[in-house]
Write a protein that binds this ligand. Structure first.
Ligand code: SF4
Length: 66
């Protein structure tokens, strides 16, 4: 079973708290938009993914089992 990160761009405010938790998975761009660097991370990144989702103050991120 894999993981998938879903980003609701309309909720993201570009604060980068997710990037602070998981810098290999998220990157805030110069224009304040967020790039998900790996939307289907391997299972050994679950803890990082969960920390990033929990850190997001606007609930813009969701972790889906796929
Ligand atoms: S923590 Fe949430 S609001 Fe902030 S950049 Fe990440 S997804 Fe966007």
């Amino acid at each position: 079973m894999g993981l998938r990160i879903e980003l609701d761009e309309s909720k993201c405010s570009g604060l980068g708290l997710c990037e602070a938790e998981a810098p290999e998975l998220f990157e805030v761009n110069d224009d304040g938009s967020l790039s998900v660097l790996d939307a289907t991370p391997s299972g050994d990144r679950r803890a990082e993914c969960e920390a990033a989702v929990a850190a997001c103050p606007t609930e813009a991120l969701r972790l889906v089992e796929s």
